[in-house]
Design a protein around this ligand. Sequence first.
Ligand SMILES: Cc1ncc(COP(=O)(O)O)c(C=O)c1O
Length: 349
Amino acid sequence: MIVPKQSVRNMRPYSPPTQGRGGKIRLDFNENTVGCSPRVLAAVTQALTEENVAMYPEYSEARTEIAKFLGVADDQLTFTNGTDEAIQLLINTFFEPGDELVTLSPSYAMYRFYAEVAGVRVTEVAYQIEDDLVFPLQSLTKMITSTTRGVFIANPNNPTGRAISVDDVVTILEHSPRTIFLLDEAYVEFSQISVLPLLDRYPNLFISRTFSKAFGMAGLRCGCLVSSAENIAWARRAQSPYSVNALAVAAACAAVGDIEFVANYVHEVVNARQMVQDALTRYGLRWFLSDGNFLLFDAGSRKQQILDQMKSAGILIRDRSHEIDGCVRVTIGTIDQMKLFITEMEKAI
Ligand SMILES: Cc1ncc(COP(=O)(O)O)c(C=O)c1O
């Protein structure tokens, strides 16, 4: 056996239930539950030529397209293999082993994951159940010191659901002008709260975006990291020149060309979320406000009953009780899908 480096030996295993999901009602990974726009599929088919498959991908035209969509300059953006590569890239580019990263808990697991691989120390600030899992702004600002290298925040946060306001982000940025801030806007299409307009004012701000969620392209692995041109130039120095494949960037361009598709999906999800909230209220279950395409609720003593019932009906949801006692997270899909979920909830309860 070859012994891995110390930081990897120290890691806790992370193994989300990623296998055997095909053909089920997937309310477990916050994907788009109906898939991508037909225009995306057409663009992928069109891009599937011998030349494109044989050739290393080129990004400059696509970068111009996506930068225009986001309202930033081309050199303020680099494509990444999903948000996950954006997180890894930030750590690889800007953090030394032993540096401190502050994140929230619970939040997206990959912040801790890539930090631990790199030997970066992670400090977590906990969302409090007594405060309805509201963003712990004061505790967070208290925790950020002059030696904190970076702070990674998902906005809206997964799995708790709520987004923080642009004003709250400004408060944090003003508090620590020398700390690196990542605002992970994976669910921004649902929350409609973005800090992109702050980029010009804060040179320590990074924003990640993904095509995995509302755009329905999780299988293609495409996202991007956005910041000042100088920051992005450093990040690109530490990045593989070909980390995103040619079909993924072709798909991303088609995706931003069909914003109506996303707007319709978001509209349906918001209505379906309300329907699920109403149902949970009827069952007397506590749920937590969400600005994303998912809802966290406290199933309490009925948690196992609910998980078993969903499993037998072929509906995948996520047990989050290891993070917040008794809690389960359900991805919100279409009205019809959520009616199926509610029917099974009724049977379970
Ligand atoms: C907050 C957050 N960021 C990023 C991701 C993953 O994004 P990607 O598929 O772009 O790597 C997720 C997925 O669950 C998430 O919840």
